[in-house]
Design a protein. Structure first.
Length: 202
């Protein structure tokens, strides 16, 4: 009975994540910027595409986590315009982030129905600021993936599992963008509290 319940829970999680990834990927792909985009008065997109092409160093903090992915996108994504290749990288990453938010909803609250988890992922992905970052070359899509993955692993850490993976993803999140600190501190505190509570009950 427990194996059946675990199997159904895993299927529900996979279903919600897949639905979110497909819907967000389609919407982002439909609205993706065809070339360099100036977002909020900055020219980060142009800088990131140029620096990724030569694996150089971008503005502080250097974007060392994003740049290898940007270079890989320039090499393998089938598009004529280099900036479109890295824009499509953002599309894929942000769609993945939304899917991971759905997974995190199920991991923290296993009683959440699959459609409720899917709604959580879609509400995240359809937020205007998230959508705006998903269709241009920027580092925030990668930061969103790492933040969502940290949420998933944080649920495991709260149960005393996968602490090394959790800590590694938090480190990548902080290296990806300083704003990751806003999530890393409370999430780490929640995981520590959950882990200590589990030990106390044992």
């Amino acid at each position: 009975m427990r194996r059946y319940a675990a199997l159904m829970n895993a299927r529900g999680t996979l279903l919600s994540a897949a639905l979110v990834a497909i819907v967000l990927g389609a919407l982002y792909g439909w609205t993706v910027a065809p070339t360099i985009a100036v977002l909020h008065g900055t020219v980060d997109s142009a800088e990131l595409v140029s620096v990724a092409a030569v694996l150089g160093v971008a503005h502080p903090s250097g974007e060392a986590v994003w740049l290898p992915l940007g270079r890989l996108a320039l090499e393998v994504v089938p598009a004529d315009e280099p900036a479109l290749r890295t824009n499509l990288l953002s599309v894929g990453l942000m769609a993945l982030a939304g899917a991971l938010v759905a997974v995190a909803a199920r991991r923290w609250r296993p009683e959440t129905p699959w459609w409720g988890a899917a709604c959580a992922g879609l509400l995240f992905g359809l937020a205007p600021v998230v959508w705006a970052q998903a269709i241009v070359t920027e580092v925030y899509a990668l930061a969103a993936v790492l933040a969502a993955l940290a949420l998933v692993l944080g649920a495991d850490a709260a149960e005393g599992q996968r602490w090394r993976a959790f800590a590694f993803v938090l480190a990548l999140l902080l290296a990806s963008h300083p704003t990751g600190l806003a999530l890393a501190i409370p999430l780490l505190a929640a995981a520590l509290a959950g882990s200590r509570g589990l030990r106390a009950r044992e």
